[in-house]
Design a protein around this ligand. Structure first.
Ligand SMILES: [Cu+2]
Length: 173
């Protein structure tokens, strides 16, 4: 009887070990890199945050939400160009595949800071809290700085988009 019990205990310990090892193997491992916010005036109303989500784990994860004290809401957006017209769509999540990366860059996916409560001034930092489906919360202090490749992005964008964006200001003069 005594022998049997210790045998059971061994089996239980072995099973626990396997479960733990299994868990570790299957978990996502999210790292957030290359993050920055675009400078924006309060009057602009909105701002954008760009970053790279790097998953070095063995399971997929999803970015499902974000909050920041500088904005009323933070939405996950994806910019698409259909027939030369640029539009932004709100999406529910960004999938971060196991062993893969998701890059949020101008002209693509981004985090939209909606209803700015204060200006995003160059050189400042803003707090951002990301929520992942599996990994949970990740807090960042995001530096505000302009894109280094801004000139290239503009050159690559269709001319019609650039002129329609600039139009209201030009009319005001
Ligand atoms: Cu947007």
């Amino acid at each position: 009887m005594k022998f049997k019990v210790s045998q059971l205990a061994l089996i239980a310990v072995a099973a626990m070990g396997l479960t733990l090892a299994g868990c570790e193997k299957k978990a996502p491992k999210i790292q957030v890199v290359d993050f920055r916010a675009n400078p924006a005036a309060v009057e602009a109303g909105n701002g954008a945050v760009y970053l790279t989500l790097d998953n070095q784990g063995k399971a997929d994860d999803q970015l499902v939400g974000a909050t920041s004290p500088v904005a009323e809401v933070v939405e996950l957006h994806e910019t698409t160009i259909t027939d030369g017209v640029m539009s932004m769509n709100k999406v529910e999540s960004f999938n971060v595949p196991a062993g893969g990366k998701v890059e949020l860059t101008p002209g693509g996916k981004h985090l939209m800071l909606i209803g700015l409560k204060s200006a995003l001034a160059d050189g400042q930092s803003v707090d951002l809290n990301l929520t992942f489906k599996t990994s949970g919360q990740v807090s960042l202090s995001v530096p505000v700085k302009a894109a280094e490749m801004a000139a290239m992005d503009h050159a690559a964008a269709p001319a019609s988009d650039a002129s329609s964006e600039a139009a209201p200001e030009q009319l005001a003069h």
